[in-house]
Ligand binder design. Structure first.
Ligand SMILES: NC(=O)c1ccc[n+]([C@@H]2O[C@H](COP(=O)([O-])OP(=O)(O)OC[C@H]3O[C@@H](n4cnc5c(N)ncnc54)[C@H](O)[C@@H]3O)[C@@H](O)[C@H]2O)c1
Length: 672
């Protein structure tokens, strides 16, 4: 008879009937900062009542004071006592209880998002970005895992911002899980609304791949960052030279930003990355994602001068504030070739950005005890940072916004960051200059897959399958996309050597619709043939051609006014869900902040069946071409080229194409 082990029994049990012991607060773990004390007394009562809904009334007398204390101490009720005592990591799929390969794959993905080597604040169920939550509390986690273990392929689990509403009857072609995160009535989408409604326990910030279970560690962003740095290098190259001996200055060694030094190394430049949080510095250094750590500015100057002289490829973490580095490099005349910033400015008042000249600890206290003073300090620091950056750019530095709302928040702080027309920013975002026209408009985006066998040998097989397919495709690629194809082939060839895996056996690979479909088909066949041992999960970052409507990031290179609409992201998720996605998710907030973006994504389990083959063709084609069609309607030349190519390849596709207006005609009518 099949005997369940302790882990499996705990999953099936869900929320335990006997209260587990309380757990000591582990100070060695990177914890979420204390959240703002924003609730009135009545609202606190409501938050407690909401939290206790998960538990039998017999436990309320014990849990009430405990949850009250969590709310007062941390600003949220995480239900720490219920964090399971088993190790949290993506297990091989056959270790999960249940009958559905699809739901077991989702359990694999969820556990990866909460794995302490992957997640930023694992005990607060935050995967990255300071507030990117998988669940709001441990009761939700326990219930979801239990539901996934019990479900069949004729049911769908409905997730409301971390809360499992229930399992509803559906059918085997429907998604197994439908996720919404942070969806608000539009007027209630300000930063403080998140603080309040999250503290009440009725919504959460899902970031992009946190609340959608699709995070694959910093690897996901290394690839995108490598492409960005490489292409930024091509933009500044005077004689087609590479990035050797050139300096890239940026900040942040957190969940996503931690990828920058590694990407800088792959791109072959000198990277200096400032980070105020010592734990984050140590984590990335111990993982080998950054080569050296320096905490003295004079020492940093000498080290960078030496690296420039010898044209050394090296990444250096500066433990301290980024503002100080920009200022020091200005006074010391260190020329910065490429500059950016990846502090968490989507979340400026609650730990996303640390103001200069205040210690990390003092800043953490100030943001809770004196939020108004803290806000002033952040804004003053942003003004100083912008001023120093302006000095560098006047000497020739190419600065780009890295999708962290730096320019947006700096402008709100009154920094000298606006262009002469008073509407645009002085500097382009990486999507306007690089990612939009070079990648998204052609359909290239952060496709990814995860081997649920958890076996590194499976990942090696998928890498070589993907490489073979891209090399074949490259032979007939039009000139417009040859550079992309060759960058991606180079990436996949170096992927094993660059040791990118942290957590699950996952790979990211920028690919267009054709590439994604062909690679997925080949994986499905390899599973059917028994060459790959277990199902493969397909997915992508929401930060993609179609996934995200975000006027200051993903859709920053849309210029017909529609960058402030969110039809594309919503259609993407609805369309994916009836074309065969295993799970879909739609989020408010992610990257640039709550209320500033709507983004969505999918997960698709390939199990080697004919049904999987049909689903992948139908869904991946839509998932990419929806965005290209929209970008083409916005008159983006690259997207018009790509959608015409898609129509030639697929006779069932008819996309409305824009007619171009002669600008002179338009100008003249206003002159007349
Ligand atoms: N460009 C992209 O493709 C992309 C992708 C994902 C995320 N982002 C955005 O980038 C930002 C960073 O994401 P993350 O996941 O790394 O967030 P994170 O919160 O994990 O990391 C940000 C880090 O910046 C540090 N920091 C804050 N202020 C600082 C300062 N003044 N000087 C030095 N260090 C400072 C913090 O201590 C933190 O470790 C977010 O706004 C995110 O939305 C961009």
């Amino acid at each position: 008879m099949y005997m369940m082990n302790n882990f499996q029994q705990q999953i099936i049990q869900g929320i335990p009937d006997v209260l587990p012991n309380t757990q000591a607060y582990n100070t060695k773990i990177n914890h979420a900062p204390k959240r703002k004390d924003i609730l009135s007394e009545d609202e606190k009562k409501l938050a407690l009542k909401n939290a206790l809904r998960y538990f039998d009334a017999k436990h309320h007398a014990v849990l009430l004071p405990e949850f009250k204390s969590e709310l007062e101490t941390y600003g949220r009720i995480y239900m720490y006592r219920f964090r399971p005592d088993y190790d949290m990591y993506a297990r091989p799929i056959d270790e999960y209880p249940g009958t559905s390969l699809q739901t077991k794959s989702i359990m694999h993905m969820i556990q990866n998002n909460l794995n302490p080597v992957v997640a930023q604040h694992p005990h607060e169920l935050i995967t990255y970005g300071g507030n990117g939550a998988v669940f709001q509390n441990w009761a939700q986690y326990l219930l979801v895992m239990k539901y996934l273990a019990e479900m069949t392929d004729e049911q769908t689990l409905i997730m409301y911002s971390g809360h499992p509403l229930g399992i509803f009857p559906s059918n085997k072609n429907a998604p197994r899980v439908v996720v919404t995160n942070g969806m608000m009535i539009p007027n209630y989408s300000k930063q403080d609304d998140w603080e309040k409604f999250n503290a009440l326990g009725v919504t959460q910030y899902g970031q992009m791949t946190a609340g959608s279970y699709m995070y694959i560690g910093p690897q996901g962003i290394v690839h995108g960052t490598t492409i960005t740095v490489l292409n930024a290098g091509r933009k500044i190259a005077k004689h087609n030279e590479n990035l050797s001996g050139k300096l890239f200055l940026t900040s942040g060694l957190g969940g996503m930003s931690g990828a920058q030094p590694k990407a800088g190394n792959i791109a072959g430049c000198i990277t200096v990355c400032a980070e105020v949080n010592l734990k984050a510095v140590q984590t990335r250094h111990s993982q080998g994602w950054v080569d050296e750590v320096i905490s003295d500015l004079d020492e940093l100057v000498i080290r960078v001068q030496k690296a420039k002289e010898t044209k050394e490829t090296v990444s250096i973490a500066y433990h301290g504030n980024i503002v100080s580095v920009w200022e020091k490099f200005d006074t010391e005349n260190i020329f910065v070739d490429l500059g950016s910033d990846q502090t968490s400015l989507h979340n400026p008042w609650a730990g996303g950005y640390y103001p200069v000249d205040i210690s990390y600890e003092d800043a953490n206290n100030m943001m809770v005890d004196q939020p108004e003073v803290f806000k002033e300090k952040v804004q003053a620091s942003l003004r100083r940072q912008a001023e120093a950056i302006n000095k560098h750019t006047s000497k020739g530095t190419y600065f780009f916004d890295y999708g962290n709302a730096f320019l947006l928040e700096a402008s709100r702080a009154g920094a000298d960051i606006m262009a002469d027309n008073g509407i645009d920013f002085k500097y382009a975002s990486y999507v306007q200059d690089i990612m939009g026209p070079m990648c998204f408009d052609y359909g290239f985006g952060p496709f990814r897959w995860v081997c649920t066998s958890a076996d590194p040998a499976d990942l090696v097989k998928t890498d070589s399958i993907a490489c073979e397919i891209l090399e074949k495709m490259m032979k007939d690629s039009p000139i417009e996309i040859k550079q992309q194809m060759s960058d991606n082939i180079q990436w996949i060839k170096g992927a094993q050597e660059n040791k990118l895996v942290v957590g699950s056996q996952a790979r990211i690979l920028y690919a267009d619709a054709e590439g994604r479909i062909k690679i997925a088909q080949a994986f499905n066949k390899a599973i059917a043939d028994g060459k790959i041992l277990a199902p493969v999960v397909l997915g992508r970052d929401h930060h993609d051609v179609s996934g995200t409507d975000s006027p200051y990031r993903e859709t920053a290179n849309i210029y017909d006014g529609s960058q402030f609409t969110a039809d594309m992201a919503i259609h993407n998720v609805i369309g994916d869900s009836f074309r065969g996605a295993t799970w879909v998710s739609i989020h408010n907030g992610g990257g640039v902040g709550w209320g500033e973006v709507i983004n969505g994504g999918f997960g698709m389990v390939l199990d080697g069946t004919k049904e999987a083959e049909q689903r992948l063709k139908s869904m991946l084609f839509w998932d990419v071409n929806n965005g290209i069609a929209r970008r083409s309607w916005a008159r983006n030349d690259e997207a018009i080229f790509a959608i015409k190519r898609a129509m030639e390849a697929e006779p069932n596709l008819t996309v409305t194409l824009p007619n171009m207006v002669n600008d002179k005609l338009l100008e003249n009518i206003f002159k007349a």
